[in-house]
Ligand binder design. Sequence first.
Ligand code: CP3
Length: 350
Amino acid sequence: MAITSEHMTGRQRLLATAAAQPTDMTPVWFMRQAGRCLPEYRALREKHPFLEVARTPELAVEATMMPIDRFGVDGAVLFADIMLPLDGMGVDFEIRPGVGPVIDDPIRTTEDIERIRVVDPEEGTPYVLNAISLLRRTLGDRAATLGFAGAPFTLACYLVDGRPTKEYPKTKALMYGRPELWDALMTKLAEITARYLEGQVRNGADVVQLFDSWLGLVDPATYRERVAPYTAAIFERLRPLVPTIHFSTGTVQLLTEIAATRPSMVSVDWRLPLDAAWDIIGPGLGIQGNLDPTMLMAPWETVEIAARDVLNRAGGRPGHIFNLGHGLLPETDPDQLSRLVELVHSYRDE
Ligand code: CP3
């Protein structure tokens, strides 16, 4: 790897990589690093319910900073949730422990879609914007601020089915069977999401990631017609502002189509080796990934081999952010993550 500077900050390192420029080390952060596995997070959660932490900027920033202080990662993903924009839409939801997001009054009819409000995040979710700007000031240059949102398809899964399922049957039935209704819903969600991310950028997000967590349920032809146009519209709005990352999992069948929505980088899971996935995405886009989060349950020696394999496959090419292929598991030993950051930061091409 070209050593261009011995003294890049985490923020510079991540932003240079997102711009496909060389860096001193490979930048690294972990999806879901801010909640889940840290004892200091559990202590915070004993005092405050999840949504109270997410809706209170000081508490959200406190949770966001925990993995920065402990692991020295290069990206600080805001402690928030993909469901928060529903506050602005006027759709009630709760996060039920052991279940996940639940909507008692799901969105299924023309009238339901019409009642979804399209508002600017200053009105709908001001606490998210305030949290981002407080985070930006707290972090300085230690790490890049990563804003995020759920992608329209994944938001639709929760809005239409109303709760987590394996197949999101009601959502897919609407997508296949009621194309006009689907278009009305997805158009609204794309507009809301674009405004929400633009607002995060105005308040200090350096990079934004779009989480399309349930996209693995979709075939390429349906993706092209019923999902990609809305995703592409969001990236088009953000392109002049900041680098963008598309996240999904279980989408080997879609990588070419995902790349065609033109994010700056594509986050890939572990189902393909990193170099094979990068070949499909193409050299024009960066890549994020792709250690299996379950790998972190193995002894360190095994984790080390797997992590080095990811780095070797990136081969020192600019444009690789080291990450997991999906969010880390609550039972992850934080010490494994500390060692992993050290390994990624000390890695040189082999
Ligand atoms: O690093 C972080 O954790 C940052 C904040 C963050 C949360 N959710 C906090 C959270 C992020 C980036 C998310 C994204 C998110 N939320 C996604 C996309 C990422 C993915 O994993 O695919 C999705 C699908 C959701 C929806 C959601 N929210 C689910 C399925 C759940 C329940 C299960 C769980 O633990 O993830 C939530 C609740 C939630 N969001 C929690 C946290 C820390 C757990 C609530 C608690 O602490 O009690």
